[in-house]
Structures are given as C-alpha cells and as structure tokens.
Write a protein that binds this ligand. Structure first.
Ligand code: ATP
Length: 224
C-alpha cells in the first residue's frame, strides 16, 4: 500500500536520513521510535504524501508519488487516516463537526449521520459531541483526532505520537482502538517515544518495531 525505497530526505540543513526503505502492507502494524529530532514526523509525512523525498522512490497504493498530480495525491490521501501530533482542530467548531470535517471537505457532508454517532460512540465521545475542542481533555482530543482520521474509512492509519500528552490508562484505551482497527484489516503505523506503550501493545498485536536513529531505519533491538 505504501512503499518507500532507498529514500533520502533533506530539509536544507543536511541530510536527515538516507537509504531508507519501508513497506506498509495491508493489515500490518508498525511502531516507529527513535530520539527526538531523528525524523519520525518527516518519515510519516513522506508516507502520506505530505512531503516528497529528496531521492529514492515513494509509492502510494502502487503509484510513484513523483508521477502523481495534486488531485492524485489528494485522492490517495483519502485512503490514509492521519492522527497529527497536535490534533489540529478548528476550535470554533463542535467536536462532532471537527470529526466530520473530512467528509464535509470531500463534498460528502450529506453522508454525516448515524455513522458519525457510531464513530463518536466507538471512541467514547458521544457525550462530548457538541463541546468545543478546547473543552476536551488531552485523551479526549486524541480520541476525537482518531475518529476524524477514520471517518473516511481509510485503509492505512498513521498516528504521530498519539499518546504524547495523555496518561497511561488513556494511552491504553487509544492503543486498543488502533489494535481494533488493525484487526479489521487496516495497516497501522504509530510513531511514539513511549517504549512501555510498545511493550504493552506487543501482547495484543503482532507489530514490527522500527527505530530511526543516526539517519538510518532499523529493526528495534531486544530491549523491545
Ligand atoms: N519544515 C522544516 N524545515 C526545516 N527543518 C525541519 C522542518 N521540520 C523538521 N525539521 C527538522 O528536521 C529534524 C527532524 O524533525 P522531525 O519532526 O521529523 O523529528 P521527530 O523525530 O519527529 O522529532 P520529535 O520526536 O521531537 O517529534 C529536526 O531537527 C527538525 O528541526
């Protein structure tokens, strides 16, 4: 579904990583870990077509990103649900409308209905549907961000530090939702610093753990 082959990325101040290869196959579950600044967010952005690799090949659903025009990238991105590190809500819109926003933007606002109610129920936010994002707790915000990421029924879920500012219990709850999505067939890629979270998740899901460090991507060691 998403393939990176011998990819390098440079922001201008030197190469962030090089010769990096990664395949997200249907139904796979990957964790991406590594020190702050190693380039995890950048790697995720390459995976969902937000950035274009400096060199190497990136294929989204079989198509080389370099040969895709804007519309083709936008179309591919609808098949990828992204949970951003900072959630990025429109604070003046209620939670339900924020969650439904991808449908509205895609001109499918008419389809918002019982599916939205079900989705809010699934992430445990039915009661918060009409609240504004600033009124939510950190864990509620992350669950709303996950609901928004899956409202278009994507095939791949990419989450950037989804448990960054939330407590252990809430992190576990969020992970359980990601594991459930994976069991339903979604490929999942989660960037996290939280090694305890990865260890806990490994009893629930067969996950590959990758570490980005010193400009290389490698399988994490026995410590995980
Ligand atoms: N738009 C940008 N322009 C220039 N440099 C950038 C840009 N975005 C990120 N960087 C730099 O690239 C490096 C990698 O950033 P990135 O956010 O990908 O790392 P990360 O591993 O996700 O970090 P963290 O774990 O702290 O979120 C950092 O040194 C960062 O300062």
């Amino acid at each position: 579904m998403i393939e990176l082959e011998n990819v390098a990325y440079t922001y201008g101040g030197g190469e962030l990583f090089s010769d990096l290869s990664l395949t997200l196959a249907p139904g796979s579950f990957h964790f991406l870990t590594g020190p702050s600044g190693a380039g995890k967010t950048t790697l995720l952005k390459l995976c969902y077509g937000e950035l274009v690799a400096t060199s190497g090949d990136v294929r989204l659903f079989g198509e080389d990103v370099r040969n895709m025009d804007r519309d083709a990238v936008a179309f591919a991105r609808r098949r990828i649900g992204v949970v951003h590190q900072d959630c990025q809500f429109l604070d003046h819109l209620p939670v339900a409308e924020n969650v439904a926003l991808p449908l509205t933007v895609a001109g499918r606002g008419g389809e918002v209905g019982s599916d939205l109610d079900d989705l809010l129920g699934w992430v445990g936010l039915s009661k918060q549907a009409s609240q504004l994002p600033p009124e939510l707790s950190g864990g509620e915000r992350q669950r709303a961000a996950l609901a928004r990421a899956v409202i278009m029924s994507p095939e791949v879920i990419i989450a950037d530090e989804p448990t960054g500012n939330i407590d252990w219990e809430m992190s576990q709850r969020l992970m359980a939702l990601l594991v459930e999505l994976n069991r339903m067939g979604n490929a999942v890629l989660v960037a996290t610093h939280d090694l305890a979270l990865i260890r806990a998740a490994k009893s629930q899901v067969q996950a590959r753990v990758l570490r980005l460090r010193d400009r290389k991507l490698m399988a994490a060691g026995a410590d995980l």
